[in-house]
Design a protein around this ligand. Structure first.
Ligand code: DAH
Length: 360
């Protein structure tokens, strides 16, 4: 009995002196492990007389359970102490600025932003996106769009021609996004409702012209599409894009080979110094070309003009971006100057949507 008491007080002392969980664990192993002091005592039970065993059995079991409990209590105390220590040591200054990641420093180019805005607006009206290649056939860029052969309009576009091929034909860098109309009508059945944003090329360069620029084309073809529909689509688009409640529009007769009637659209604006404010004032600003698709274009696209009709429009993306975001020089768009992009670019996670807002 004295032995058991001595053993117990020795182990209890070790337990209370254990200063961390690792030491406590070694105390546990040395007492309760396979070769631990208590386990060894338990093994002696087998060799005892029944009377001795009757006395020692409960005593040893009691010892074992008291030690087990004491270890568990000490363990939770040590855990709490360790946590307290960590909390004291590991302070976090939440007033420090965070390190900037790519999403904070990278910027979305205004052209990409405006393309996303266009897409959000027209997708909401039920338009799909159609795309075509930058290098086009003369047929898709001109002939199918009702440009007569050797017509000066082909030259008006300041076309970049690629070297003549063996069969005598020449590919071109598309001068407008209108060839995507042709590709769409030749590959899809009406009803068609698409917008075609993309790069376009003309041999031209000054403050408002660059050899590569961006356009967006719109096309609607079905059996009844009419000018009233066109006007509504454009008006809704302009209001949504410029984020204004109403927009004044003026349709002027114009000429494009691929539309009949053809019109240019001006929107109401006010000029304040160099700045142009859309949606107010008595000035006008030309913004896009449009019209009813010419029957010859429908025929070139294997559609019967007696059955189908439609309207189309084309617009400079860079130009409406300059207008909306007050960027004065188009050439800076393609200058790859990071300072310009830092200033005019958009945060990558601010994805334009009609619900979340286009530009904020
Ligand atoms: N393709 C014309 C251009 O490059 C823009 C245009 C005008 C497109 C009228 C159209 C349209 O679809 O109907 O200037």
């Amino acid at each position: 009995m004295t032995d058991i008491q001595t053993l117990e007080s020795k182990i209890q002392l070790n337990i209370s002196e254990a200063s961390d969980e690792a030491i406590l664990e070694s105390v546990r192993v040395s007492a309760l492990g396979k070769k631990g002091s208590i386990s060894l005592e338990m093994k002696t039970l087998g060799k005892m007389t029944p009377e001795q065993r009757k006395e020692m059995g409960p005593a040893l079991n009691g010892l074992k359970s008291r030690i087990t409990d004491a270890i568990a209590v000490r363990k939770s105390v040590l855990k709490a102490e360790a946590l307290e220590l960590r909390l004291e040591r590991e302070t976090l200054d939440i007033s420090l600025p965070t390190r900037k990641g790519p999403a904070d420093t990278g910027r979305v180019h205004p052209v990409a932003q405006v393309m996303d805005e266009l897409t959000a607006i027209f997708a909401d009206m039920g338009f799909a996106i159609a795309e075509g290649p930058d290098i086009e056939t003369d047929f898709n860029n001109f002939t199918a769009l009702n440009f007569p052969p050797d017509h000066p309009a082909r030259l008006e576009h300041d076309t970049f021609f690629l070297p003549e091929r063996e069969d005598g034909t020449q590919m071109v860098l598309r001068t407008h996004t209108s060839p995507v109309q042709v590709r769409t009508m030749r590959s899809q059945k009406p009803p068609i409702r698409v917008i075609c944003p993309g790069r376009t090329y003309r041999c031209d360069s000054d403050q408002t012209h660059t050899p590569m620029f961006h356009q967006v084309e719109g096309l609607v073809i079905d059996k009844t599409a009419n000018l009233g529909n066109l006007k509504w689509v454009l008006e809704e688009f302009l209001k949504a894009f410029f984020e204004i409640d109403s927009v004044k529009m003026r349709f002027r007769a114009s000429h494009f080979p691929f539309t009949e009637t053809s019109m240019e659209v001006d929107i109401g604006c006010r000029r304040v110094g160099n700045e142009i404010r859309v949606g107010e004032g008595d000035d006008w600003l030309e913004i896009l070309g449009c019209g009813m698709v010419h029957p010859n274009v429908l025929r070139h696209c294997n559609l019967d003009p007696d059955e189908y009709q439609g309207f189309a429009w084309g617009m400079g993306i860079d130009r409406i971006a300059m207008l909306k975001y007050g960027m004065p020089d188009l050439r800076a768009f393609f200058g790859a100057d990071k300072r310009w992009l830092d200033h005019y670019g958009f945060k990558p996670f601010d994805i334009p949507s009609l619900v979340g807002g286009l530009s904020q």
